[in-house]
Ligand binder design. Structure first.
Ligand code: GCU
Length: 354
């Protein structure tokens, strides 16, 4: 369960190094408390790894340590340290200990945190363009998805929220999301009357409603208990998240309908980014891009492994007719056609790689 960060005593009074290198005692949780802690600034004549200013960057996310995105973030920390000659450090707060992505993205805006991981759906509340990733069956195949995510379109999108307080500096594959529930879902008709947890956005809520089900806006870390207690019937996610959250124990029927491909992003506060020197930015960007490659290489095997382990834990996976789901969800495309910005991005995405 996501803990209330502000009431966590371990984040109370503590010495904080400010940007001008003075150590102060912060009685309250201020923007300095989790902000960028930079030691004495030194004038740099020229770039060399050992001459980089010391900096500790704080990153919070809501994944378990075994998740490949969490592993990529650990790797990012190791690479940053190595590439900067030990000067750039990443302090990671995982497992939702600072709250869910909504909270951590807001903390980036308030300059109370430096970096977080947010899925495209979670970013949608701040920059509506990310809603395109919640459009069902938008990508023809994996190659098309990769072309968009890591190509010109994806990179352009990553910079969009910069004037809203943060921007993405790495994109991580998160496979396809499929429905799972306490009862079998073999066709759209089986969705009728079910309560399904989604990362709540206008697009995901409408998607669930079009299938005759009700959307439940529950935090990722609370889904297990909600299913176990019968508050909801199921949820939707990729296979690694289904397995690592142990949702497999409480909702054993998975429809492989693969309705959306919603990526994860490594997100940095604009204030933190701007406070970094050009050298620090360059190192961070290099390490971030390296973490993309690292995560992407692990992903497919992780999906296979998660399916195998889920089956061993009692799950049944159903191959379903995706065209039936796509047909039921057509109104989402009709709605999008009336939204100029969204429609323009959808068209660019559809044309990509052709
Ligand atoms: C996936 C995704 C996360 C997201 C989660 C969710 O696991 O990788 O970024 O938070 O789904 O459904 O909340």
């Amino acid at each position: 369960m996501a803990r209330d960060f502000y009431s966590n005593p371990s984040f109370g009074t503590r010495p904080v190094t400010t940007k001008i290198g003075k150590t102060i005692m912060s009685a309250n949780f201020t923007k300095f408390a989790l902000g960028l802690a930079v030691a004495l600034p030194t004038a740099l004549a020229s770039f060399s790894a050992t001459a980089v200013e010391a900096v500790t960057i704080r990153l919070a996310h809501n994944l378990e340590p075994s998740h490949v995105v969490a592993m990529a973030l650990e790797q990012l920390g190791d690479d940053l340290k190595e590439m900067s000659g030990g000067k750039m450090k990443l302090r990671i707060y995982g497992s939702g200990q600072m709250g869910g992505p909504r909270e951590t993205l807001e903390m980036l805006q308030q300059e109370a945190l430096d970096m977080t991981k947010g899925s495209a759906s979670e970013m949608e509340a701040f920059e509506s363009t990310f809603s395109v990733f919640s459009m069902p069956y938008l990508f023809r195949d994996k190659a098309h998805f990769h072309e968009v995510l890591y190509g010109e379109i994806g990179r352009e999108m990553m910079a969009l929220p910069k004037d809203k307080g943060f921007m993405a500096i790495a994109a991580y594959e998160a496979g396809e999301r499929s429905f799972y529930a306490t009862k079998p879902i073999k066709s759209p008709a089986d969705m009728k009357g079910l309560k399904i947890r989604v990362v709540s956005t206008p697009t995901t809520n409408r998607m669930i409603e079009l299938l005759g089900a009700s959307p439940a806006p529950i935090a990722f870390g609370e889904v297990y208990t909600a299913i176990q207690q019968g508050v909801i019937d199921g949820a939707e996610n990729n296979e690694p998240s289904y397995y690592h959250t142990r949702h497999v124990e409480v909702a054993q029927h998975v429809a492989l309908d693969q309705h959306t491909s919603v990526p994860d992003y490594l997100v940095i506060s604009t204030a933190t980014w701007d406070a970094l020197s050009a050298e620090q930015q360059e190192i961070l960007m290099k390490a971030a891009r390296k973490s993309e490659d690292y995560q992407r290489e692990l992903w497919d095997a992780e999906v296979e492994k998660s399916i195998k382990l889920s089956k061993e834990a009692g799950a049944t996976f159903y191959e379903v007719d995706k065209t039936a789901f796509r047909a039921a969800l057509q109104p989402l495309y009709d709605d999008a056609a009336a939204d100029q910005n969204k429609n323009a991005w959808i068209q660019r995405i559809e044309a990509a790689g052709k």
